[in-house]
Design a protein. Structure first.
Length: 148
């Protein structure tokens, strides 16, 4: 227990005078006024990293959109080439059939028949290549669509 003199004069060594008991009740609070700049820097760094991730995501999405548009365009062009190569193949087949008839009738030589056949085979090869291009373009587009 603690006691205080509580007097107007400095006579604390006079033991004949009365001393008053005191009780102290208190609350201790800790409130950091300056918590350090490390917390502020960590928050700023986290914000910067978040912004960087957003930018990377936007770039990634833009890249996917560009790839999608390119793949779609390539598919459309491949389909156009397929249509044209099919028409060329059909025309080459008709020419070759006429060439066969002329050869049977003796109007042309075997060299001209061979040339007609080679032209038909080239047209058929272009058609098959165009068909493969369409399938490849479609596969590329499907892969991109799976990601989107």
């Amino acid at each position: 227990m603690q006691r205080d003199a509580l007097r107007d004069q400095f006579d604390i060594f006079d033991w004949n005078k009365k001393w008053f008991p005191t009780t102290v009740v208190g609350i201790q609070m800790s409130w950091p006024i300056f918590s350090g700049s490390s917390r502020i820097f960590r928050i700023q760094k986290a914000r910067i990293e978040l912004d960087q991730m957003r930018i990377q995501r936007e770039k990634f999405e833009d890249g996917l959109q560009l790839q999608y548009k390119q793949a779609r365009t390539e598919l459309e062009e491949a389909r156009d080439r397929l249509r044209i190569s099919r028409e060329n193949r059909d025309l080459a087949r008709e020419v070759y059939d006429i060439t066969i008839e002329k050869y049977r009738e003796g109007l042309i030589s075997s060299l001209e028949l061979t040339q007609g056949h080679n032209q038909y085979l080239n047209a058929e090869q272009e058609f098959l290549q165009s068909l493969a291009d369409v399938l490849n373009a479609r596969t590329s587009l499907d892969k991109i669509l799976e990601i989107l």
